[in-house]
Design a protein. Structure first.
Length: 78
């Protein structure tokens, strides 16, 4: 089964955590090799994790989380 971007986005956290099955990991990696959008999502997610883990974290602007969720939902519909 060839994965599309929506499938990859739904699994990106588990992929990073290493909790996906070996078969799914391989399919995600095949998709990432050919999809610059999903590769960017992966890199961005990893960068966010690094920032969140940083002791010098900062407070997000008011409403940022809601705006981010709306944009992600819109992107997944497209």
């Amino acid at each position: 089964m060839a994965l599309n971007c929506k499938h990859v986005w739904k699994q990106i956290s588990d992929y990073i955590d290493g909790t996906v099955s070996p078969e799914l990991r391989e399919e995600i990696e095949i998709h990432l090799a050919g999809c610059r959008h999903c590769s960017a999502v992966l890199d961005s997610t990893r960068n966010i994790l690094v920032l969140v883990a940083d002791d010098r974290t900062f407070n997000l602007p008011v409403g940022y989380s809601e705006r981010l969720h709306k944009k992600l939902e819109q992107a997944m519909k497209e």
